[in-house]
Design a protein around this ligand. Structure first.
Ligand code: SF4
Length: 329
């Protein structure tokens, strides 16, 4: 890894096959950042354990997600791409950082309170320490930047506070305060046109879906709710299909939909068919690369293991410095 403009770290839970929301909200940005930064992208399986009821699909989900990342353009020869639990140093750093983190601070965090509301029967110790593990993820790799949307700024600020506490307590500067790399993360709505696209809501469109499945999903998309009949003029500004056109269709088609929808010159069926065609065309090269990668099932694991080896080189050095700073015998 040669130094570019600094090191970027980002982690994502192993959620299996990725959808358009993941693509527009994170993966596209991951790919773009590789040009200017040394990137460390981690599949955070330990974080996932805090909310999972079963781990049956953990391995498959990890592989499927990694396949999508690679097919989308993550370059493992430059970027370190790996699975969190394959670098056990992170759990040790988590323990050490937990000693400089006041418990009240963790239980006061809105994200913890939200989890308590979501899973009242499974308020486990890991949930409380989640932000500390996240801080450990970031600082273990001496990350300069973390790409996040504005709503996640408090997480990065929390990490910075933990770093300051550690460095102050042990009179050192071995841990680096990461900066937030503010990223405009679009809120991608699901096919229901109401809620954020998500697998659990089954309102998603998978990147790796077949063309026919994609068409089926697109045709189920909710449009302008006021447009009841083909002869009613519509309002593209409140229609999620139009939002998607703006991302995946050519500018003149976007203009055409914008104009024709308002004067009922185009029907929603035709409009969605047009979007589905454009989306499928956009995803064709991705799907071809993915199919090629999937033909060699061992390849994705080799990439992840190699990434873990490279991540561990950085992690071991950080932990050597941490041991020395803390005075561990
Ligand atoms: S024509 Fe297109 S943009 Fe207009 S409401 Fe229907 S789907 Fe939405």
């Amino acid at each position: 890894m040669g130094t570019k403009r600094g090191r970027v770290f980002s982690g994502a839970r192993p959620t299996g096959r990725q959808h358009l929301g993941n693509y527009l909200g994170a993966i596209q940005n991951y790919v773009a950042l590789q040009k200017d930064y040394d990137c460390v992208y981690c599949i955070v399986d330990l974080h996932a354990l805090t909310t999972m009821e079963t781990t049956r699909e953990l391995r498959d989900n990890t592989r499927e997600m990694a396949l999508d990342w690679l097919a989308a353009g993550i370059r493992p020869d430059e970027t370190i791409m790996f699975v969190q639990s394959n670098v056990p140093e992170v759990t040790e750093l988590h323990t050490i950082l937990s000693m400089v983190t006041p418990l009240g601070k963790l239980t006061d965090l809105p994200t913890f309170k939200e989890k308590v509301r979501q899973q009242p029967d499974n308020i486990n110790y890991g949930l409380v320490g989640y932000p500390v593990l996240m801080a450990a993820d970031i600082v273990l790799y001496k990350s300069d930047f973390v790409p996040v949307g504005i709503d996640q700024a408090p997480h990065i600020e929390f990490t910075r506070e933990v770093v300051r506490s550690f460095n102050y307590r042990y009179g050192t500067d071995v841990l680096i305060e990461p900066a937030m790399k503010s990223t405009e993360i679009p809120k991608v709505l699901g096919t229901d046109g109401q809620q954020k696209m998500s697998k659990s809501l089954n309102n998603h469109i998978e990147l790796a879906a077949s063309e026919a499945e994609t068409v089926e999903r697109v045709m189920s998309m909710v449009t302008d709710p006021q447009r009841k009949r083909r002869s009613d003029p519509g309002d593209p500004d409140v229609c999620n299909v139009f939002s998607m056109h703006k991302v995946f269709s050519a500018p003149q088609q976007v203009d055409q939909v914008n104009t024709e929808c308002r004067r009922a010159g185009i029907g929603c069926v035709e409009c969605k068919q047009m979007f589905a065609r454009n989306l499928n065309a956009h995803l064709t090269p991705f799907r071809a690369r993915r199919a090629e990668l999937a033909r060699r099932p061992e390849h994705v694991w080799e990439v992840l293991h190699d990434g873990a080896e490279r991540a561990r080189l950085i992690a071991r050095e950080t932990m050597r410095q941490v041991h020395e700073a803390v005075g561990l015998p």
